[in-house]
Write a protein that binds this ligand. Structure first.
Ligand code: TRP
Length: 464
Protein backbone atom coordinates (compact mmCIF):
# COMPACT_ATOMS: atom_id res chain seq x y z
CA UNK A 1 0.00 0.00 0.00
CA UNK A 2 2.79 2.35 0.85
CA UNK A 3 3.99 2.79 -2.68
CA UNK A 4 0.55 4.17 -3.63
CA UNK A 5 0.74 6.74 -0.93
CA UNK A 6 0.57 10.26 -2.20
CA UNK A 7 3.07 12.91 -1.28
CA UNK A 8 3.33 16.66 -1.59
CA UNK A 9 4.85 18.12 -4.73
CA UNK A 10 7.28 20.36 -2.86
CA UNK A 11 8.24 21.60 0.59
CA UNK A 12 6.46 24.84 -0.10
CA UNK A 13 3.41 22.84 -1.19
CA UNK A 14 3.26 21.18 2.21
CA UNK A 15 3.59 24.44 4.11
CA UNK A 16 0.89 26.04 2.06
CA UNK A 17 -1.48 23.07 2.38
CA UNK A 18 -0.89 22.78 6.12
CA UNK A 19 -1.37 26.52 6.43
CA UNK A 20 -4.53 26.05 4.38
CA UNK A 21 -5.72 23.55 6.95
CA UNK A 22 -4.84 25.86 9.81
CA UNK A 23 -6.21 29.07 8.32
CA UNK A 24 -9.95 28.77 8.10
CA UNK A 25 -13.18 29.70 9.77
CA UNK A 26 -11.30 29.42 13.07
CA UNK A 27 -9.31 32.53 12.23
CA UNK A 28 -11.90 34.64 10.49
CA UNK A 29 -15.22 33.56 11.96
CA UNK A 30 -14.41 32.18 15.38
CA UNK A 31 -11.39 34.03 16.73
CA UNK A 32 -12.89 37.54 16.46
CA UNK A 33 -16.14 36.53 18.11
CA UNK A 34 -14.59 34.63 21.01
CA UNK A 35 -12.18 37.53 21.47
CA UNK A 36 -15.24 39.78 21.67
CA UNK A 37 -16.99 37.50 24.15
CA UNK A 38 -13.91 37.21 26.34
CA UNK A 39 -13.17 40.88 26.66
CA UNK A 40 -10.31 41.32 24.16
CA UNK A 41 -6.66 42.05 25.07
CA UNK A 42 -5.88 39.62 27.84
CA UNK A 43 -7.63 36.80 26.03
CA UNK A 44 -5.58 37.54 22.90
CA UNK A 45 -2.39 37.55 24.96
CA UNK A 46 -3.18 34.20 26.58
CA UNK A 47 -4.07 32.79 23.19
CA UNK A 48 -0.69 33.89 21.79
CA UNK A 49 1.09 32.27 24.71
CA UNK A 50 -0.88 29.04 24.12
CA UNK A 51 0.14 29.05 20.46
CA UNK A 52 3.80 29.49 21.34
CA UNK A 53 4.24 27.13 24.28
CA UNK A 54 1.61 24.47 23.59
CA UNK A 55 0.56 24.73 19.95
CA UNK A 56 3.87 24.87 18.11
CA UNK A 57 5.53 22.05 20.10
CA UNK A 58 2.50 19.79 19.55
CA UNK A 59 2.37 20.62 15.86
CA UNK A 60 5.99 19.49 15.57
CA UNK A 61 5.12 16.32 17.50
CA UNK A 62 2.24 15.48 15.16
CA UNK A 63 4.37 16.00 12.07
CA UNK A 64 7.15 13.89 13.59
CA UNK A 65 4.71 10.99 14.12
CA UNK A 66 3.17 11.39 10.68
CA UNK A 67 6.35 11.63 8.69
CA UNK A 68 8.11 8.85 10.53
CA UNK A 69 5.24 6.37 10.06
CA UNK A 70 3.80 7.62 6.75
CA UNK A 71 0.36 6.72 8.09
CA UNK A 72 -2.86 8.36 9.18
CA UNK A 73 -3.48 8.52 12.98
CA UNK A 74 -4.75 5.00 13.75
CA UNK A 75 -2.19 3.34 11.51
CA UNK A 76 0.57 5.55 12.87
CA UNK A 77 -0.02 4.41 16.44
CA UNK A 78 -0.27 0.80 15.27
CA UNK A 79 3.13 1.07 13.59
CA UNK A 80 4.70 2.74 16.61
CA UNK A 81 3.10 0.86 19.48
CA UNK A 82 1.76 -2.40 18.09
CA UNK A 83 -1.63 -3.77 17.09
CA UNK A 84 -2.98 -4.29 20.59
CA UNK A 85 -1.78 -1.03 22.09
CA UNK A 86 -4.29 1.33 23.66
CA UNK A 87 -2.48 4.29 22.06
CA UNK A 88 -4.57 3.47 19.01
CA UNK A 89 -7.50 5.00 20.89
CA UNK A 90 -5.85 8.39 20.39
CA UNK A 91 -5.99 7.74 16.66
CA UNK A 92 -9.63 6.67 16.77
CA UNK A 93 -10.50 9.68 18.87
CA UNK A 94 -8.96 11.81 16.15
CA UNK A 95 -11.14 10.24 13.48
CA UNK A 96 -14.20 10.75 15.65
CA UNK A 97 -13.38 14.39 16.44
CA UNK A 98 -12.73 15.12 12.77
CA UNK A 99 -16.18 13.75 12.05
CA UNK A 100 -17.81 15.93 14.72
CA UNK A 101 -15.98 19.14 13.81
CA UNK A 102 -16.63 18.87 10.09
CA UNK A 103 -20.36 18.33 10.68
CA UNK A 104 -20.87 21.82 12.10
CA UNK A 105 -17.93 23.47 10.35
CA UNK A 106 -19.73 22.83 7.09
CA UNK A 107 -22.81 24.67 8.36
CA UNK A 108 -20.76 27.81 9.03
CA UNK A 109 -19.04 27.46 5.67
CA UNK A 110 -22.56 27.26 4.25
CA UNK A 111 -23.26 30.68 5.74
CA UNK A 112 -20.20 31.98 3.88
CA UNK A 113 -21.59 30.45 0.67
CA UNK A 114 -24.89 32.15 1.35
CA UNK A 115 -23.16 35.53 1.76
CA UNK A 116 -21.20 34.94 -1.44
CA UNK A 117 -24.50 34.50 -3.20
CA UNK A 118 -25.99 37.55 -1.52
CA UNK A 119 -23.02 39.61 -2.74
CA UNK A 120 -23.87 38.53 -6.27
CA UNK A 121 -27.45 39.63 -5.87
CA UNK A 122 -26.13 42.95 -4.54
CA UNK A 123 -28.11 42.56 -1.38
CA UNK A 124 -26.08 44.91 0.81
CA UNK A 125 -26.12 48.09 -1.25
CA UNK A 126 -28.24 50.89 0.11
CA UNK A 127 -29.06 49.05 3.34
CA UNK A 128 -28.49 50.45 6.80
CA UNK A 129 -26.07 48.75 9.20
CA UNK A 130 -29.03 47.48 11.25
CA UNK A 131 -30.73 46.03 8.19
CA UNK A 132 -27.54 44.29 7.15
CA UNK A 133 -27.03 42.92 10.64
CA UNK A 134 -30.55 41.55 10.86
CA UNK A 135 -30.21 39.41 7.72
CA UNK A 136 -27.97 37.10 9.64
CA UNK A 137 -30.76 36.38 12.08
CA UNK A 138 -32.99 35.53 9.18
CA UNK A 139 -30.44 33.10 7.79
CA UNK A 140 -29.68 31.61 11.19
CA UNK A 141 -33.30 30.69 11.83
CA UNK A 142 -34.18 29.34 8.41
CA UNK A 143 -34.00 25.55 8.19
CA UNK A 144 -34.11 25.01 4.46
CA UNK A 145 -31.49 27.55 3.43
CA UNK A 146 -29.06 26.25 6.05
CA UNK A 147 -29.41 22.66 4.91
CA UNK A 148 -29.12 23.67 1.29
CA UNK A 149 -25.77 25.48 1.71
CA UNK A 150 -24.49 22.84 4.13
CA UNK A 151 -25.15 20.25 1.43
CA UNK A 152 -23.39 22.30 -1.24
CA UNK A 153 -20.34 22.80 0.96
CA UNK A 154 -20.11 19.09 1.86
CA UNK A 155 -20.30 18.27 -1.84
CA UNK A 156 -17.41 20.64 -2.55
CA UNK A 157 -15.34 19.10 0.26
CA UNK A 158 -16.09 15.59 -0.95
CA UNK A 159 -15.16 16.67 -4.47
CA UNK A 160 -11.69 17.82 -3.46
CA UNK A 161 -10.96 14.81 -1.27
CA UNK A 162 -12.16 12.48 -4.03
CA UNK A 163 -9.59 13.99 -6.35
CA UNK A 164 -6.79 13.18 -3.93
CA UNK A 165 -4.70 15.60 -2.01
CA UNK A 166 -1.71 16.41 -4.12
CA UNK A 167 -2.83 18.03 -7.34
CA UNK A 168 -6.05 19.48 -5.97
CA UNK A 169 -5.45 21.02 -2.60
CA UNK A 170 -1.83 21.88 -3.03
CA UNK A 171 -2.37 23.72 -6.28
CA UNK A 172 -5.45 25.59 -5.13
CA UNK A 173 -3.91 26.63 -1.86
CA UNK A 174 -0.94 28.18 -3.59
CA UNK A 175 -3.24 30.68 -5.27
CA UNK A 176 -5.87 31.14 -2.61
CA UNK A 177 -3.80 31.61 0.52
CA UNK A 178 -1.83 34.59 -0.81
CA UNK A 179 -5.02 36.08 -2.26
CA UNK A 180 -6.71 35.81 1.11
CA UNK A 181 -3.86 37.58 2.85
CA UNK A 182 -3.76 40.36 0.26
CA UNK A 183 -7.46 41.10 0.54
CA UNK A 184 -7.24 41.09 4.33
CA UNK A 185 -4.38 43.56 4.31
CA UNK A 186 -6.43 45.84 2.04
CA UNK A 187 -9.44 45.59 4.34
CA UNK A 188 -7.28 46.20 7.41
CA UNK A 189 -5.88 49.36 5.82
CA UNK A 190 -9.41 50.55 5.04
CA UNK A 191 -10.35 49.95 8.66
CA UNK A 192 -7.59 52.28 9.86
CA UNK A 193 -9.65 55.20 8.56
CA UNK A 194 -12.72 54.33 10.59
CA UNK A 195 -13.35 56.38 13.70
CA UNK A 196 -13.48 53.26 15.86
CA UNK A 197 -9.97 52.13 14.97
CA UNK A 198 -8.19 53.37 18.08
CA UNK A 199 -10.78 51.83 20.33
CA UNK A 200 -10.37 48.57 18.43
CA UNK A 201 -6.60 48.55 18.86
CA UNK A 202 -7.12 49.19 22.54
CA UNK A 203 -9.67 46.38 22.79
CA UNK A 204 -7.62 43.77 20.92
CA UNK A 205 -4.14 44.53 22.19
CA UNK A 206 -4.36 46.05 25.65
CA UNK A 207 -4.86 43.51 28.42
CA UNK A 208 -7.81 44.42 30.62
CA UNK A 209 -7.57 42.07 33.55
CA UNK A 210 -11.10 42.71 34.77
CA UNK A 211 -12.70 41.67 31.49
CA UNK A 212 -11.41 38.11 31.32
CA UNK A 213 -13.38 35.26 32.78
CA UNK A 214 -11.53 32.16 33.94
CA UNK A 215 -13.38 30.07 31.39
CA UNK A 216 -11.63 32.25 28.83
CA UNK A 217 -8.31 30.56 29.59
CA UNK A 218 -9.61 27.14 28.61
CA UNK A 219 -11.26 28.67 25.60
CA UNK A 220 -7.97 30.31 24.53
CA UNK A 221 -6.15 26.99 24.81
CA UNK A 222 -8.92 25.11 23.04
CA UNK A 223 -8.90 27.64 20.27
CA UNK A 224 -5.12 27.39 19.90
CA UNK A 225 -5.67 23.70 19.10
CA UNK A 226 -8.60 24.41 16.81
CA UNK A 227 -6.94 27.13 14.80
CA UNK A 228 -3.70 25.20 14.29
CA UNK A 229 -5.67 22.03 13.38
CA UNK A 230 -4.09 20.14 16.27
CA UNK A 231 -5.17 17.41 18.65
CA UNK A 232 -6.90 15.04 16.23
CA UNK A 233 -4.21 14.04 13.80
CA UNK A 234 -4.83 16.40 10.88
CA UNK A 235 -1.27 17.70 10.93
CA UNK A 236 -0.14 14.14 11.58
CA UNK A 237 -1.91 12.99 8.42
CA UNK A 238 -0.54 15.89 6.36
CA UNK A 239 2.90 15.12 7.77
CA UNK A 240 2.51 11.56 6.56
CA UNK A 241 2.51 12.79 2.96
CA UNK A 242 5.89 14.43 3.55
CA UNK A 243 9.27 13.49 2.29
CA UNK A 244 12.31 13.47 4.49
CA UNK A 245 13.87 16.65 3.17
CA UNK A 246 11.39 18.96 4.85
CA UNK A 247 12.42 21.00 7.85
CA UNK A 248 9.76 20.20 10.47
CA UNK A 249 10.89 22.94 12.82
CA UNK A 250 10.84 25.74 10.31
CA UNK A 251 7.64 24.58 8.63
CA UNK A 252 5.72 24.39 11.91
CA UNK A 253 6.81 27.88 12.87
CA UNK A 254 5.85 29.27 9.48
CA UNK A 255 2.44 27.63 9.55
CA UNK A 256 1.74 28.96 13.03
CA UNK A 257 2.93 32.48 12.26
CA UNK A 258 0.79 32.66 9.12
CA UNK A 259 -2.20 31.37 11.01
CA UNK A 260 -1.79 33.88 13.83
CA UNK A 261 -1.28 36.71 11.39
CA UNK A 262 -4.58 36.00 9.65
CA UNK A 263 -6.42 35.78 12.98
CA UNK A 264 -5.07 39.14 14.16
CA UNK A 265 -5.76 40.74 10.78
CA UNK A 266 -9.33 39.49 10.99
CA UNK A 267 -9.72 41.23 14.34
CA UNK A 268 -8.21 44.42 13.01
CA UNK A 269 -10.71 44.41 10.17
CA UNK A 270 -13.77 43.63 12.26
CA UNK A 271 -13.37 45.46 15.55
CA UNK A 272 -12.94 48.94 14.01
CA UNK A 273 -16.28 48.37 12.25
CA UNK A 274 -17.87 47.20 15.49
CA UNK A 275 -16.75 50.23 17.47
CA UNK A 276 -17.45 52.69 14.69
CA UNK A 277 -21.08 51.61 14.36
CA UNK A 278 -21.67 50.98 18.03
CA UNK A 279 -22.24 47.25 17.79
CA UNK A 280 -21.53 44.93 20.67
CA UNK A 281 -18.25 42.98 20.46
CA UNK A 282 -20.20 40.12 22.02
CA UNK A 283 -22.36 39.49 18.97
CA UNK A 284 -21.37 35.81 18.95
CA UNK A 285 -21.19 33.49 15.93
CA UNK A 286 -22.80 36.00 13.58
CA UNK A 287 -20.05 38.59 14.04
CA UNK A 288 -18.17 38.34 10.75
CA UNK A 289 -21.40 38.14 8.76
CA UNK A 290 -22.96 41.12 10.48
CA UNK A 291 -19.98 43.45 10.38
CA UNK A 292 -18.09 43.08 7.10
CA UNK A 293 -21.01 43.62 4.71
CA UNK A 294 -21.44 47.04 6.31
CA UNK A 295 -18.07 48.22 5.12
CA UNK A 296 -18.72 46.61 1.72
CA UNK A 297 -22.04 48.39 1.39
CA UNK A 298 -20.38 51.74 1.96
CA UNK A 299 -17.74 51.39 -0.71
CA UNK A 300 -20.35 52.01 -3.38
CA UNK A 301 -20.23 50.31 -6.76
CA UNK A 302 -17.01 48.38 -6.18
CA UNK A 303 -18.33 47.16 -2.83
CA UNK A 304 -20.30 44.30 -4.22
CA UNK A 305 -17.24 43.05 -6.04
CA UNK A 306 -15.01 43.22 -2.95
CA UNK A 307 -17.73 41.56 -0.92
CA UNK A 308 -17.96 38.76 -3.44
CA UNK A 309 -14.18 38.25 -3.52
CA UNK A 310 -14.01 38.29 0.25
CA UNK A 311 -16.68 35.65 0.78
CA UNK A 312 -15.32 33.49 -2.01
CA UNK A 313 -11.97 33.52 -0.27
CA UNK A 314 -13.64 32.77 3.04
CA UNK A 315 -15.33 29.77 1.44
CA UNK A 316 -12.01 28.56 0.09
CA UNK A 317 -10.25 29.10 3.41
CA UNK A 318 -12.98 26.96 4.94
CA UNK A 319 -12.72 24.41 2.16
CA UNK A 320 -8.98 23.87 2.56
CA UNK A 321 -9.59 23.28 6.28
CA UNK A 322 -12.63 21.06 5.78
CA UNK A 323 -10.64 18.95 3.37
CA UNK A 324 -8.07 18.23 6.08
CA UNK A 325 -10.83 17.18 8.45
CA UNK A 326 -12.44 14.84 5.94
CA UNK A 327 -9.03 13.53 4.88
CA UNK A 328 -8.39 12.24 8.41
CA UNK A 329 -11.70 10.38 8.52
CA UNK A 330 -11.38 9.08 4.97
CA UNK A 331 -7.74 8.01 5.22
CA UNK A 332 -8.63 5.83 8.21
CA UNK A 333 -10.93 3.73 6.05
CA UNK A 334 -8.47 3.76 3.15
CA UNK A 335 -5.41 2.83 5.21
CA UNK A 336 -6.97 0.52 7.80
CA UNK A 337 -10.04 -0.93 6.10
CA UNK A 338 -8.63 -1.04 2.57
CA UNK A 339 -11.62 0.85 1.16
CA UNK A 340 -11.07 2.67 -2.09
CA UNK A 341 -10.72 6.44 -1.81
CA UNK A 342 -13.94 6.75 -3.75
CA UNK A 343 -15.99 4.60 -1.41
CA UNK A 344 -14.41 6.01 1.75
CA UNK A 345 -14.93 9.62 0.74
CA UNK A 346 -18.53 9.22 -0.38
CA UNK A 347 -19.65 7.20 2.63
CA UNK A 348 -17.90 9.23 5.33
CA UNK A 349 -18.78 12.53 3.64
CA UNK A 350 -22.42 11.45 3.40
CA UNK A 351 -22.66 10.46 7.05
CA UNK A 352 -21.00 13.71 8.13
CA UNK A 353 -23.56 15.61 6.08
CA UNK A 354 -26.37 13.79 7.89
CA UNK A 355 -24.84 14.41 11.30
CA UNK A 356 -24.54 18.10 10.42
CA UNK A 357 -28.29 18.47 9.82
CA UNK A 358 -29.21 19.04 13.48
CA UNK A 359 -26.50 21.73 13.58
CA UNK A 360 -27.93 23.33 10.47
CA UNK A 361 -31.35 23.35 12.18
CA UNK A 362 -30.05 24.65 15.51
CA UNK A 363 -30.98 28.26 14.87
CA UNK A 364 -34.48 27.39 13.73
CA UNK A 365 -34.92 24.96 16.60
CA UNK A 366 -37.02 22.67 14.44
CA UNK A 367 -35.17 19.48 15.35
CA UNK A 368 -34.60 18.76 19.05
CA UNK A 369 -36.41 21.90 20.27
CA UNK A 370 -35.71 20.90 23.88
CA UNK A 371 -31.97 20.47 23.34
CA UNK A 372 -30.96 23.89 24.60
CA UNK A 373 -33.04 23.79 27.76
CA UNK A 374 -31.62 20.35 28.56
CA UNK A 375 -27.96 20.83 27.74
CA UNK A 376 -27.53 24.59 28.09
CA UNK A 377 -26.42 25.15 24.51
CA UNK A 378 -28.02 24.35 21.18
CA UNK A 379 -26.91 21.29 19.20
CA UNK A 380 -24.38 23.23 17.13
CA UNK A 381 -22.79 25.00 20.11
CA UNK A 382 -22.76 21.82 22.19
CA UNK A 383 -20.59 19.97 19.71
CA UNK A 384 -18.37 22.96 18.99
CA UNK A 385 -17.85 23.30 22.74
CA UNK A 386 -17.16 19.61 23.31
CA UNK A 387 -14.79 19.29 20.39
CA UNK A 388 -12.70 22.41 20.82
CA UNK A 389 -12.69 22.70 24.59
CA UNK A 390 -12.39 19.04 25.50
CA UNK A 391 -11.51 16.64 22.75
CA UNK A 392 -8.78 18.63 21.01
CA UNK A 393 -6.90 19.56 24.21
CA UNK A 394 -7.19 15.95 25.40
CA UNK A 395 -5.95 14.63 22.06
CA UNK A 396 -3.07 17.09 22.23
CA UNK A 397 -2.30 16.01 25.76
CA UNK A 398 -1.97 12.38 24.69
CA UNK A 399 0.12 13.27 21.66
CA UNK A 400 2.52 15.34 23.76
CA UNK A 401 2.78 12.57 26.34
CA UNK A 402 3.36 9.96 23.68
CA UNK A 403 6.07 11.83 21.79
CA UNK A 404 7.57 13.36 24.93
CA UNK A 405 7.67 10.30 27.17
CA UNK A 406 6.89 7.10 25.31
CA UNK A 407 8.29 7.31 21.79
CA UNK A 408 11.70 5.84 21.11
CA UNK A 409 14.07 8.77 21.78
CA UNK A 410 16.42 7.85 18.94
CA UNK A 411 13.62 7.75 16.39
CA UNK A 412 12.16 10.94 17.79
CA UNK A 413 15.40 12.87 17.61
CA UNK A 414 16.41 11.71 14.17
CA UNK A 415 12.93 12.39 12.76
CA UNK A 416 12.89 15.86 14.30
CA UNK A 417 16.28 16.80 12.92
CA UNK A 418 16.10 15.10 9.52
CA UNK A 419 15.73 17.69 6.80
CA UNK A 420 16.51 20.50 9.17
CA UNK A 421 19.35 22.92 8.69
CA UNK A 422 19.82 23.06 12.43
CA UNK A 423 23.13 21.57 13.43
CA UNK A 424 23.16 21.98 17.19
CA UNK A 425 20.64 20.11 19.30
CA UNK A 426 19.68 23.13 21.37
CA UNK A 427 16.34 23.50 19.58
CA UNK A 428 15.61 19.86 20.06
CA UNK A 429 16.25 20.01 23.79
CA UNK A 430 14.07 23.09 24.15
CA UNK A 431 11.28 21.41 22.19
CA UNK A 432 11.46 18.37 24.44
CA UNK A 433 11.03 20.50 27.55
CA UNK A 434 7.94 22.13 26.09
CA UNK A 435 6.57 18.79 24.95
CA UNK A 436 7.33 16.87 28.13
CA UNK A 437 6.37 19.49 30.68
CA UNK A 438 4.93 22.79 29.52
CA UNK A 439 2.29 21.47 27.11
CA UNK A 440 0.88 18.61 29.21
CA UNK A 441 0.95 20.61 32.43
CA UNK A 442 -0.90 23.53 30.81
CA UNK A 443 -3.59 21.26 29.44
CA UNK A 444 -3.99 19.42 32.75
CA UNK A 445 -4.13 22.65 34.78
CA UNK A 446 -6.77 24.10 32.55
CA UNK A 447 -8.83 20.93 32.66
CA UNK A 448 -8.59 20.84 36.47
CA UNK A 449 -9.88 24.38 36.48
CA UNK A 450 -12.76 23.39 34.25
CA UNK A 451 -13.87 20.52 36.44
CA UNK A 452 -13.63 22.76 39.49
CA UNK A 453 -10.61 21.23 41.20
CA UNK A 454 -8.55 24.38 40.80
CA UNK A 455 -9.40 28.07 40.84
CA UNK A 456 -7.22 29.95 38.37
CA UNK A 457 -9.11 33.17 39.10
CA UNK A 458 -7.94 33.08 42.67
CA UNK A 459 -4.47 32.03 41.62
CA UNK A 460 -4.24 34.92 39.15
CA UNK A 461 -5.73 37.25 41.73
CA UNK A 462 -2.96 36.29 44.13
CA UNK A 463 -0.29 36.98 41.52
CA UNK A 464 -1.57 40.33 40.25
N1 TRP B 1 -7.90 25.00 11.72
C1 TRP B 1 -9.11 25.16 11.00
C2 TRP B 1 -9.66 26.54 11.26
O1 TRP B 1 -9.08 27.31 11.96
C3 TRP B 1 -10.12 24.09 11.31
C4 TRP B 1 -9.55 22.72 11.24
C5 TRP B 1 -9.10 22.08 10.17
C6 TRP B 1 -9.30 21.88 12.33
N2 TRP B 1 -8.58 20.86 10.52
C7 TRP B 1 -8.71 20.73 11.83
C8 TRP B 1 -9.54 22.02 13.66
C9 TRP B 1 -8.31 19.72 12.69
C10 TRP B 1 -9.15 21.01 14.52
C11 TRP B 1 -8.54 19.88 14.04
O2 TRP B 1 -10.70 26.88 10.75
Amino acid sequence: MNQHRESWGSKFGFIIAAAGSAVGLGNIWKFPYITGENGGGLFVLIYLVCIAVVGIPIMMAEIVIGRSTQKSPVGAFTVLTGKKSSWKIVGWMGVFVGFIILSYYSVVAGWALNYTFMSLTNFFSGKSPEEIGSVFGLLYTSSGINIFWHAIFMLMTIGVVLGGVKGGIERWNKILMPALIVIFVILAIMSVFLSGWREAVDFVFLPHIDRLKASGVLEALGHAFFTLSLGMGAMLTYGSYLQKDTDIVKSSIWISVLDTLVALLACMVMFPIIFTYGFSPEAGPGLVFKTLPIIFSQIGTGGMFISFIFFVLLVFAALSSAVSLLEVVTSYFIDEKSWTRHKATLITGGIIFLFGIPSALSGAGTLFPQWESMYGKNFFDTFDYLASNWMLPLGGLFISIYVGWVMDPKLRQSEYLTGSAITNTWYYEAWLIFLKFVAPVSVILIILQRVGLLDIDRLLGAIF
